[in-house]
Design a protein around this ligand. Structure first.
Ligand SMILES: [Zn+2]
Length: 171
């Protein structure tokens, strides 16, 4: 297991096309564990493979958020598909490990159902509401190259870019 460096926007790896997973190989198990370690180390509630530079269709959500089981293994979503979204459109602040210390209000439906393969190789469906719906849709976006900055106007986008560039210089 290893904590991997987080890919920070505007790194082009966040926009790379992601590939489907064909079954649970040793590589996929290692990727799962690396995502897990990295998510914990950076205190995220979710993380997607492109965020550690791996263009693979897999993301993780913290078990407390996904299942209401704090301390359980994070839930892997492999080759996820959105089955449906619904409920009301809610506007809420979102953060992202690839945008350290940036929070952006984003409108999303507050219900989402996703079908995916788990780390056990079984297909499952999960219906998320509120925070879980938001987390599912946010992480799903990563696998299609969509990012928080795609929800804001050009002015705000430039501001975020400057802020991240300044933070990178200070490191
Ligand atoms: Zn993110």
């Amino acid at each position: 297991m290893a904590v991997r460096p987080i890919v920070v926007w505007p790194d082009p790896r966040l926009r790379e096309e992601t590939s489907e997973v064909n079954g649970i190989s040793d590589e996929i198990l290692t990727l799962y564990k690396d995502l897990w370690d990295t998510m914990i180390a950076y205190e995220g509630i979710g993380i997607a493979s492109p965020q550690i530079g791996e263009p693979v269709k897999m993301f993780l959500i913290d078990a407390g958020v996904a299942l209401g089981e704090k301390g359980a293994d994070p839930v892997a979503f492999i080759n996820p598909e959105i089955v449906s979204t619904g409920g009301e459109i809610e506007r809420n602040e979102e953060g992202c490990l690839s945008f350290p210390n940036i929070y952006v209000p984003i409108e999303r439906p507050n219900q989402a159902t996703i079908r995916a393969m788990g780390i056990d190789g079984q297909i499952f469906e999960i219906e998320g509401r509120e925070l879980l719906a938001r987390a599912l849709l946010h992480e799903y976006d990563h696998l299609t190259g969509k990012l928080m900055v795609d929800f804001v106007g050009p002015l705000k986008k430039r501001m975020i870019k400057r802020k991240l560039a300044r933070a990178a210089e200070e490191d």
